[in-house]
Design a binder for this molecule. Structure first.
Ligand SMILES: Cc1cc2nc3c(=O)[nH]c(=O)nc-3n(C[C@H](O)[C@H](O)[C@H](O)COP(=O)(O)OP(=O)(O)OC[C@H]3O[C@@H](n4cnc5c(N)ncnc54)[C@H](O)[C@@H]3O)c2cc1C
Length: 312
């Protein structure tokens, strides 16, 4: 039973890229892995999961009460499958952080959080203290490892696989105590901040909610997600779910463009795995230039309109 189960995350139409990142982590653990897709009418998603390189199989549990990502219902299905697996992995996204501790509690084990490297089948590392230290985590070998994978630390596995898909019926009834009421998602059509390959982000220097509009407009021109520093969020220039950093979202886009963000350690910890970091700041000594691949000492209120014009 040295086998890994990955819990797939999806929005009902598409597989979240975090699943392919969990697959890279599972491959590093070095044993076969299956992917579990829970939901209602999720055949298309199961096919996307089956294409992930290295997947040995895809198990689909299709039931009306699994249509929405209620951890109470999803955890019960994972636990029903758990005895066939030595490791159960989920992404360190909002979904995974809600679901995985519940699975761990039901199995009576401690959760391993935020795996960023695999040193052995039961030996992992993860960053702590805003990324200033790396902790070694040794999980006991005689119990199931239930873990979240720090998605910003892993590249997505390829998608040329063709795993077999098996469908099974739900094992547990819907929870009588918890019901799905609705979803209010910000950002509209804009790419999800946590999985967008490009992110445009801005800080306190924006000075108002109205000024932040130009950041959205620029982001839309390049199909980017939009992030912000905590100072911008605290000042009310943009919603809280846009915060990037230690107490916000940890992201790893291919391209991160920061306007008027000083580069405090708590912000940098959220972007240190980004591919290319571009910083625009009018202070040449701003700490963000220490981590930026491309830096521009300039006024963002000049640069953003110029970029918009060039891209339109
Ligand atoms: C426990 C804890 C957790 C935290 N978590 C987070 C977190 O998750 N995320 C986060 O971001 N912060 C976090 N912080 C806050 C963090 O320490 C900083 O205060 C914050 O990141 C600063 O945001 P900022 O860069 O927008 O603002 P500032 O530090 O005020 O920087 C503004 C920058 O804009 C530049 N600027 C001003 N005008 C212009 C202009 N016209 N054109 C170009 N540049 C201009 C300035 O030169 C300056 O560098 C946390 C702090 C603590 C204590």
């Amino acid at each position: 039973m040295s086998k890994t189960l990955i819990i797939a995350e999806h929005d009902g139409s598409n597989l979240n890229p975090s699943t392919a990142k969990c697959a890279s982590c599972a491959a590093a653990i070095g044993q076969d892995f299956d992917i579990l897709v829970m939901g209602s009418s999720v055949n298309a998603i199961a096919e996307q999961a089956a294409a992930i390189d290295g997947a040995a199989g895809v198990t689909v549990v299709d039931a009306e009460n699994l249509a929405n990502p209620l951890a109470v219902n999803h955890a019960a299905e994972v636990v029903a499958l758990a005895e066939s697996y030595s490791h159960i992995l989920g992404p360190s996204t909002t979904y995974g952080r809600d679901l995985m501790p519940r699975i761990a509690a039901l199995l009576g084990v401690n959760q391993v959080s935020d795996i960023s490297t695999v040193e052995g089948s039961h030996h992992f590392t993860r960053p702590i203290y805003a990324g200033n230290a790396i902790v070694d985590v040794h999980a006991p070998e005689n119990v199931t490892v239930v873990a979240t994978v720090r998605v910003a630390s892993w590249k997505a596995a390829g998608n040329s696989g063709s795993a077999a898909i098996e469908t099974r019926s739900a094992s547990a009834p819907a929870s009588a105590n918890t019901r799905y009421v609705g979803l209010e998602a910000g950002g509209g059509e804009r790419p999800d901040l946590q999985s967008a390959p490009r992110v445009v982000s801005a800080g306190r220097a924006m000075a108002s909610e109205e000024n932040f509009e130009m950041v959205y407009e620029l982001a839309d021109l390049i199909g980017a997600g939009v992030g912000a520093s905590r100072a911008a969020v605290d000042a009310g220039y943009c919603p809280n779910d846009m915060q990037v950093g230690q107490t916000g979202k940890i992201i790893a886009p291919d391209l991160y463009i920061a306007f008027g963000i000083s580069g405090a350690i708590q912000h940098i910890t959220g972007i240190k795995d980004a591919g290319t970091i571009v910083a625009v700041n009018k202070d040449a000594d701003a700490p963000i230039f220490e981590v930026a691949d491309i830096g521009l000492v300039a006024d963002l209120f000049t640069v953003i309109p110029e970029m918009k014009q060039l891209l339109s």
